[in-house]
Each structure stands twice: as C-alpha cells, then as structure tokens.
Write a protein that binds this ligand. Sequence first.
Ligand SMILES: [Fe+2]
Length: 328
Amino acid sequence: MRKATDGATKIAHVTDAHTTMDGQPTTVLKHRAVEILDDVVDQLIARDAECILFGGDNIDNRGAGERDLIAFEGLVSRLPNWRCVPGNHEASGPKPGRITKAQFQRRFADHGVRPEAPGFSHAIGDVRVIGIDTTLVGAPGGFVPPDGLAYLAAEIEAATETHIVVLGHHLLVPCWTPHRFDTWDQDYLVRNANEVIGLLARQPRVRAYLCGHHHAHRITRVERRGRAGFGFYQVLTGSPVAFPHAARLLTFAPGGLEIETVRPRLAGVLDEGRQAVLLGRKARRFAELGLSSYFLGYLEGTTSDNHVVLPYAKRRTRRAAQPRAANR
Ligand SMILES: [Fe+2]
C-alpha cells in the first residue's frame, strides 16, 4: 500500500467479513467468503488504502473457529497495515468448535484490541483511529464498559491529529427509523450508546464512528443534544459477503471526508446475494410490516449512503449538516 499521490490519507473499512473455509450458503454467502474477501482486499490495495480496518465478525466462528482464524490470517498476511475489533461472532462464548474472544485477541494482539486492553489507538497520517470493543460475550447486542469509556475519552483527549475516527462493531443509533423494531434495538445497538455519543460529539475533530453488524449500508449524522453543529457521522457499512456486498474507502480530503463503496467484482455474487437475503429473517420482518418492496433499498441505501462527501465544518444553524452526494 502506498501513500495517495494527492497526500490525502485513505483508510478502508471492511466489516462482517465472516471469513470461513467451511461455510454453507445462508443469507450470507459464506461458501464464497474467501474469494470475495480476496477480491475486495485486492481492490482496496489497488486504491491505495493505507490501512484496512476490520470491524468485527471478521471470522464466522460457527463450528470451525480455528480454521476460520487460519483463513483470516491468510487474508491479512499481505497487508502491511491493518487493525481489527471483535464482533459478536468472535465473542459468542466458549462453545465446541468456536474460539473465544480472548483467543482471537491474543492471535491478533499487534493489530487490534488485546485481551487486557479496552481498545487500540493508531495514527495513520493525519488520522487517529481509536478502536473499541463493543461486544458482550454471548449476546448479540453491544455495550461499552466503564474502562472502555474511560479509554475512549482519554484517547480522544490525547489525539493531536486533524481527524479522529472511532471503530466499533455495534451501532450507536438505529438506521431503521421511523420504523420500530424493538428486537433490533436489543440485538444491534450499543446499550449505553448515549454515553459513547456524548464522548464522540464533544470533540469536533471526531469525524465518524465506523460500525457494521447490521449488514446494511447507511450514513447518519449524529448531533450532540442541544448543540447544533457538534456531532459526527455514523458510517454503517454492509458486509462484503452478504447483500449489498460492500466495503468502504474513506479519503480524508481537504474539502471533506470522501466515502466510496467498493463491491466484489466476481461474477454472479450480487445476484446470488440478493436472492439469498430475500429468504432471510430480516426480509420476513419487513414482509410482516408490508415493507417488502423497500427491503433491498433499505439494505443498500441511496447515493448519499454510498458515494458522498461529508463536510468537516460544523454548521452554526440548528439544522443538522446533511451529506451531499458526490459527483459520480
Ligand atoms: Fe455482528
């Protein structure tokens, strides 16, 4: 990976990779996980990503955890610079055929959250990346414990870089509003999200919170309550192995944070993934509410969730800053 010629720092976000060598096709195309991830990582290297951030559920860990770890190691072995946080699939607890979160963290101690640490902090050019562990062992939903909050606060305070980005697995705010899915609130959100939002929104150089877990693609502006203009973007990225089959490239350009979606180039993947996801639990939930026709669009997002420039400057009006679509 080489530095972008225009000097702007470029970082990639790949989450919910579900790497496995023994995967069966479900709503996630686990049987094609390795070839899909190989292709996506190749594209990100070719696009000059200086660091790839893996956002949790990096391995599938559903019966062949050790083999999944080996497959993930093979994937990242060609990357000079990468970091990761755990997801709920790495934190599913001690069960036959699964590795524990501590095992995962020890294996990649130099590239992510160590067992004895609540997070990691890594500078890439003019960007400070702070990774936090949002997992609750054995539960799908997220939580940031007191030592994680303290670590986050201290690292944000100490950061001297122009831009700060925070990486976690779970969402801070829902992307399913105005619809109400109580089980999704429990399964996908950080339970004490307001505490995390308070820390992130306090420092105007925090540009984005990067997350995954929901296998959908969405960018949401999160404002500090009562302080219009103080806030950051929640950048929710889909999985490369499930529809909408996506990873992201983030360029910290002078005029704003440029975000692009990168998709697998392999023949048939998008069609296969689209058909698979329509048979899943999430699609059934939408069907119960009479929202079937909206489901694929919900997962994929719009242009402003995929190719967009997010302005850095805080606005002085009470209206939240809106992403504007990139000219592409
Ligand atoms: Fe997850």
